[in-house]
Design a protein around this ligand. Sequence first.
Ligand SMILES: Cc1cc2nc3c(=O)[nH]c(=O)nc-3n(C[C@H](O)[C@H](O)[C@H](O)COP(=O)(O)OP(=O)(O)OC[C@H]3O[C@@H](n4cnc5c(N)ncnc54)[C@H](O)[C@@H]3O)c2cc1C
Length: 400
Amino acid sequence: MNLELTPEERAFQAEVREFLEQSLTPELRLAGRRTTSVFSDKDDNLAWQKILHAKGWVAPAWPAKYGGTGWNEMQRYIFAAECARAGAPSLSPMGLKMVGPVIMGYGTEEQKAFYLPRILAGEDYWCQGYSEPGSGSDLASLQMRAVQDGDHYVLNGSKIWTTHAHWANRMFCLVRTRTDGKPQAGITFLLLEMNTPGIEVKPIVTMADDHEVNQVFFDNVRVPVANRIGEENEGWTVAKYLLEFERGGGSAAGLKVNLERLKSMAREEAADGGGRLIDDADFRRKLAIAGVEVDAIEMTEHRVMAALSSGKNPGPASSMLKTQGTEAKQRLDEIAVEGLGFYSAISQPEARKPRANVPFVGPEHGLTLVPTYLNNRAASIYGGSNEIQRDIMAKLVLKL
Ligand SMILES: Cc1cc2nc3c(=O)[nH]c(=O)nc-3n(C[C@H](O)[C@H](O)[C@H](O)COP(=O)(O)OP(=O)(O)OC[C@H]3O[C@@H](n4cnc5c(N)ncnc54)[C@H](O)[C@@H]3O)c2cc1C
């Protein structure tokens, strides 16, 4: 495996760096830095999306015929790594990375023509209605009913943990259209508008004091049959296709940024017995171990890149990267909270908003440590929990 970039790749990397340098305003960088979970707030991620859209770089993974960049795997990897390095706000994945590819793969020509340009431009803001109370890892057990009435389905039930449902104007969701037979065989994939009568969004405020997830209730909600993606009762195939795009942990580039921030914090903070935290032998040992883990993840990413570039499938490596990436992220958070101690524990949700003018207590890097720590506990749960990923690896790699 050759880890050196080719001259063309180096030129591409330089072009991306220059663009990011010019386009990322201080406000956008601050929004990136203050993000305590996967998602930046809607205003920030849409502001960045519009800049990328104007440049034609908003959808690196989409085919050029639908408005994507047409980049190869390596260019996409370089672009993602450079965005993380530069501290760009994260874009919402629900349109660009989830329902967009599904519409390309399973939508009708009318659905593609209507939805895809709107997703690219950020005109629609999507949320994902998969999980229900009682149906998470065992997604096929979902109960939300859709009964056909003329040219509409009538929906009753509830979705939970719906990220950004309070901001979204559209949802893609899984509904039960048949109750007999195998549970997987009675699921249908629907698109709906969040302002349809009968939909109620109730906030779930997390331990980090963030309002990111919601429970969404459906009471006789009428959705046109024309909004179905794929055939009735074949939504499970569509859902599984989408989950391939959802998996992802922390990229090595993002983890390296976290590690560097941690080191710069340790240079400023005092150690328990006097002196600087960065000079404390035990703390340095933890940083070194974390650094080796991040390097190992980077090597795995390169291996996957090499496989994809030669037309191979990453196979169970995506499960491995999800597990290792999220666990490395959580370890870095633990080291950071432990390093800063009391100042990381002050809850200041208003002060950490990028446009806030509320003075904060303690150093700026303390604002986000505990909320990030708490939010990232969820990283090993969403997108297929790490226990489920281990099951996949046990079956596919160890043949257990
Ligand atoms: C912050 C956050 C945002 C989310 N956003 C969305 C969203 O936008 N849309 C959406 O649809 N969903 C969303 N989810 C839901 C997420 O997909 C589910 O939480 C996840 O699938 C796990 O389901 P569950 O919470 O029902 O836990 P459960 O499935 O009940 O699992 C509980 C525990 O049991 C373990 N477990 C379950 N089954 C097995 C097994 N077979 N073998 C071994 N261990 C097992 C799990 O690993 C977990 O540790 C979000 C979740 C979080 C935390």
